[in-house]
Design a protein around this ligand. Sequence first.
Ligand code: CTP
Ligand code: CA
Length: 223
Amino acid sequence: LQGLFVEPVLNGVSLLITAGPTQEALDPVRYLTNKSSGKMGYALAEQAVALGANVTLVSGPVSLAAPAGVKRISVESAADMHQAVMAEVEAHQVFIGCAAVADYRPVSAAEQKIKKSNAEMSLELVRNPDILADVAKHAKRPFTVGFAAETNDVETYARGKLERKNLDMIAANDVSKAGQGFNADTNALTVYWKDGERALAHGHKRQIARQLLQLIQSHLQSK
Ligand code: CTP
Ligand code: CA
């Protein structure tokens, strides 16, 4: 019967969450993207509402419906996501960067469909802005939480991102393991902050989301 009554521990707290992949256009009909389903970010948004929060979800293209009570802003590219997040950041106390943002985009998108020829073809890519790092640099910075998808040396890479991007917390995903991370309904995370860590054992993304939000809430209080 546990969980029938949920204490609204995030009452009055506003959360800004990014979710899903981004699409980086090559031409009007083609783009570069990744395997993100958006499930983890959407679970966070849904559970945050259940805990009483006001939630804005900036989402890349996914096949999921917006959870009830969530304000969703739909975007396609990393540049669009960056712009949407920066416009919202001041109005929120917590930011969770859960999106799988493309690190690179084609240097330009062709206005017309690219035609094939017999010559080889290569793509020139340029770096996208780092949304999470820019949120953490903001003068009125929210409590800033990142995700780290890693296939190896999980703690080292995750702590590196925590420090380099000046985050309050990072939730690391070992995406080399089956049944967690990209596209799965379940996940397992290890959450790191400056002087601590907490393992959130393998479970449905809904449960993992609830636990991560509770952890964030306990850190918000002691801030
Ligand atoms: N992120 C972001 N904007 C980007 C790239 C990443 O906001 N342009 C955020 C992601 O939403 C995630 C975190 O940064 O919260 C880490 O993403 P990840 O891809 O694991 O790390 P990167 O810093 O991009 O480094 P790399 O891909 O080289 O491991
Ligand atoms: Ca990346």
